[in-house]
Design a protein around this ligand. Structure first.
Ligand SMILES: [Zn+2]
Length: 494
């Protein structure tokens, strides 16, 4: 078996948390620099930002296919807007405020947005007049939001973090519910199909909903430490914000009605954390093809004092590079002076899907060596069918990733009806545990709190939104022993 990575990072299975920190840092894939001189704020380095940009592109494409149009709101929100929606005022303790400009104190302080609702909906009340203005579907992308988080971790919790949000307005609640299904489909397309990240789409219990929402829905993946990672949320806002900001429309009969609203926020950061944590291994990142900033790296195998031979190798490498670029693959030929071994480690750490190696013996022939980042064994491909060979390898690579991630998810989703057993499973960091539970309405909150205390951190994450598990006759709440109404998923959370 392999020792510690030659670039010196710890094994993922030995200490996931430390491994994660190292992969994010300079000795790893160099994604962030946490030494920025304002506490809790981090710098995103080129490799991270290239990946983030690709995630944004995937989401932008999908929401535009779903008829959303882009817009860009100011970063600042007046205090009275933020505090108007009563429930939303719960955000206030975590908000950064601007109170001065130059030497002058501002007449009214403004907040740095913690999220978009209270900035956007007062404007919606100006824009929406009649049923003809509906549905209204808009989104903001490539922005950041600010929250005064007490503890921060790269891509899991930050004081300023990358944000994406849709804000949709409908005439009827049925349309709003339909949108929640569409948001789930978007996550299936982006997170699962493109990023190979399995997840469950939950309806959260009432006590765990977003402030100001009637219901909250979320996609949770499972990190290697067994914790759930919330990768997106959709909120069914009902009339709550419409009433607070007076968002009304004249219906077909000319009667004024409040609108129904939903908002959807895929977590750019959380998707990054999932990509790093779920796919990565002891050698570093493993990036899905769809977001890899480089698809294929070509490494020439050259030797000291063999100038002529080396030139032939480089020439062959350039020829393969040119052809791959023509096929549309993002390709990098690394002919720097570092040793091939150093380069292997470096590009493995960055998570590049495919590596082609060309040495003196291959410079003349039609065969070259290829290594998939998901496999230890190298293979040969024939340059005569380069396009087809690469297509096949990428497909195999994606299948490897999906299979590994799905197996982990499946192996770490269990069930029990006994609290003792639940405690034992959670102690072993075992992911999701399905348990019978009395209620996901507020009357179940006490049981959820007891469960959390008993299991030292186990959180009732909710019920499956689609095809929720059926409760069998006689099943009782794992805490209060009353008749169970739901099968809920319990996991530790970040
Ligand atoms: Zn109960």
């Amino acid at each position: 078996m392999e020792q510690q990575n030659k670039l010196g990072i710890i094994k993922k299975s030995d200490n996931f948390s430390e491994w994660y920190t190292q992969v994010c840092g300079e000795t790893g894939a160099d994604l962030v620099d946490i030494r920025y001189d304002v506490q809790g704020f981090v710098v995103h380095k080129p490799w991270a930002f290239k990946i983030i940009r690709k995630i944004y592109e995937l989401l932008e494409k999908e929401v535009e296919l779903d008829n959303h149009e882009p817009m860009l709101f100011p970063t600042v929100i007046p205090e009275e807007n933020l505090l108007k929606e009563k429930e939303h005022a719960g955000f206030a303790p975590d908000v950064f405020w601007i109170t001065e400009a130059g030497k002058e104190k501002l007449d009214r302080k403004v907040a740095l947005r913690p999220t978009g609702e209270t900035a956007i909906y007062p404007m919606y009340s100006l824009w929406i007049r009649t049923h003809k203005d509906l549905p209204l579907k808009r989104y903001q992308t490539r922005i950041t939001v600010f929250r005064n988080e007490k503890t921060t971790r790269p891509f899991l919790r930050g004081r300023e973090f990358c944000f994406f949000e849709t804000h949709d307005v409908f005439e009827t609640h049925a349309e709003a519910l339909q949108q929640i299904h569409k948001d789930m489909k978007i996550m299936q397309k982006v997170a699962f199909q493109k990023l190979n990240l399995p997840f469950i789409f939950f309806q959260r219990p009432k006590w765990d909903k977003f402030l100001g929402a009637d219901n909250t829905f979320a996609s949770d993946s499972l990190m290697p430490d067994g914790r759930r990672n919330q990768m997106s949320s959709t909120h069914d806002l009902g009339h709550n914000f419409a009433k607070a900001y007076n968002v009304q429309f004249n219906d077909k009969n000319g009667t004024k009605q409040y609108v129904y609203q939903t908002c959807f926020g895929p977590g750019i950061y959380r998707l990054m954390a999932a990509l790093i944590g779920i796919h990565g291994d002891d050698k570093g990142l493993i990036l899905p093809y769809s977001i890899a900033p480089i698809h294929i790296v070509i490494i020439p195998i050259t030797f000291a004092n063999k100038q002529q031979l080396n030139e032939k190798v480089i020439q062959k490498c350039s020829e393969v590079e040119r052809r791959l670029k023509e096929f549309g693959y993002i390709t990098k030929l690394d002919s720097s002076d570092e040793s091939p071994g150093f380069k292997y480690n470096k590009y493995e750490m960055l998570g590049i899907p495919l590596r082609i190696e060309i040495g003196p013996r291959e410079a003349d022939g039609d065969e070259v060596t290829i290594a998939l980042r998901t496999r230890d064994k190298k293979e040969k491909i024939n340059l005569k069918h380069l396009d087809k060979e690469i297509k096949d390898k990428i497909e195999a690579y994606e299948q490897d990733m999906k299979k590994r991630a799905e197996e982990y998810f499946k192996d770490n989703t269990t069930q029990t009806e006994s609290l003792t057993e639940l405690k034992q499973i959670i102690e072993k960091h075992k992911g999701f545990i399905k348990v019978p539970f009395c209620s996901t309405d507020f009357d179940g909150q006490q049981c959820a709190e007891t469960l959390k205390a008993e299991t030292i951190g186990g959180v009732v994450s909710g019920t499956k939104f689609e095809n929720p598990e059926k409760v069998h006759t006689g099943q009782r709440c794992i805490i209060c022993n009353k008749e169970a109404k739901h099968i809920v998923y319990v996991a530790k959370s970040y």
